[in-house]
Design a protein around this ligand. Structure first.
Ligand code: BTN
Length: 232
C-alpha cells in the first residue's frame, strides 16, 4: 500500500497509525508538504510544498532490539545512493551533499509490545527542490541544477529500504560496511555533547566509537560537530 497526500501533519504519524491498524511490512505514506514534520531529537522538520519528498514506511523486521538502530543507518545508505554517487553520511544518518551540507534527514520511531518489536516507522525527508535557508542545508536541485521526478525517487527509496531491511536480517555486516564506505564522519575529530575525539568506527549496533584522551567511548545518539584540531 502506498498512500500519497498533498498535505499532512507528519507522514511518520500517518504511517504509525496505519501500522497500528495492521498495515503490512512495506506500507508507506508520502506527502507534498507537512505541517508538523518531526525531526530527530525533538526538532521540527521544515516541510514546504516545493517539490521535496516526505516519505515514511512501515517496517516489521525480524531484528534483535539492539540492532533496530541499524535501520536508520541502512536508510541513510539507501538515501545517499538515491541522491547520487558523491553524497555522504554524517553519523548517524544525515545525508550530505558533496560539499558537506545536509540534503536529507531520517527519523526512525519504533513501537514495542510486551518488550518485543511491533513495528518501526522510518521517515525520510529529502530536499529535492527546496532547502531551509541555512548555510548548512541544500537541495539536490541546488547541487546540480537537475530536475527530478519525485515519484521515481519515492519508488527508488521504497525499493532500497525493503532490500536493506532484508539485508540487515541476513547480513548486517554488509550494511555496516556500506555505511562505513559512505561515511563522512569516520577518521574525523568530532564532538558529540561532552565527548570529543577521533571517530574510529561504528559498532555492530550502529553506535559511534570515539577514541578520546581518556579512552574509547561508544556514542548511541547525538549531533556530531566536526572539530578542527590545532595540533593536527
Ligand atoms: C532529522 O532531524 O534529520 C530527521 C528528519 C526526518 C524528517 C522526515 S520527513 C518524513 C517523515 N515525517 C516526519 O514527520 N519526519 C520524517
Amino acid at each position: 500500500m502506498l498512500v500519497h497526500k498533498a498535505t499532512t501533519g507528519s507522514t511518520n504519524a500517518d504511517a504509525g497509525a496505519l501500522a497500528r491498524d495492521g498495515a503490512p511490512h512495506g506500507s508507506a505514506v508520502w506527502a507534498d508538504a507537512q505541517t508538523d514534520g518531526r525531526g530527530r531529537l525533538g526538532r521540527t522538520w521544515e516541510s514546504p510544498p516545493q517539490g521535496n519528498v516526505y516519505l515514511s514506511i512501515v517496517l516489521r523486521p525480524t531484528l534483535p532490539l539492539d540492532r533496530v538502530p541499524l535501520l536508520c543507518l541502512g536508510a541513510a545508505v539507501v538515501t545517499a545512493g538515491v541522491a547520487g554517487p558523491h553524497y555522504r553520511i554524517k553519523w548517524p544518518n544525515d545525508v550530505q551533499s558533496p560539499d558537506g551540507r545536509k540534503v536529507a534527514g531520517i527519523l526512525a520511531e519504533m513501537e514495542l509490545e510486551r518488550g518485543a518489536l511491533r513495528h518501526v516507522i522510518v521517515g525520510i525527508g529529502l530536499n529535492v527542490n527546496a532547502a531551509p535557508d541555512l548555510p548548512t542545508a541544500t537541495s539536490l536541485l541546488a547541487v546540480d541544477g537537475a530536475t527530478r521526478d519525485r515519484e521515481g525517487i519515492v519508488a527508488a527509496l521504497l525499493d532500497g529500504l525493503l532490500s536493506i531491511c532484508a539485508d540487515l536480517e541476513r547480513a548486517p555486516d554488509d550494511v555496516l560496511a556500506r555505511w562505513r564506505r559512505a561515511s563522512s564522519t569516520l577518521g574525523k575529530h568530532v564532538r558529540i555533547g561532552s565527548i570529543e575525539g577521533l571517530a574510529i568506527d561504528i559498532d555492530p549496533t550502529g553506535a559511534l566509537v570515539v577514541a578520546t584522551d581518556h579512552g574509547v567511548e561508544r556514542v548511541l545518539a547525538g549531533d556530531v560537530e566536526m572539530v578542527r584540531r590545532h595540533d593536527a
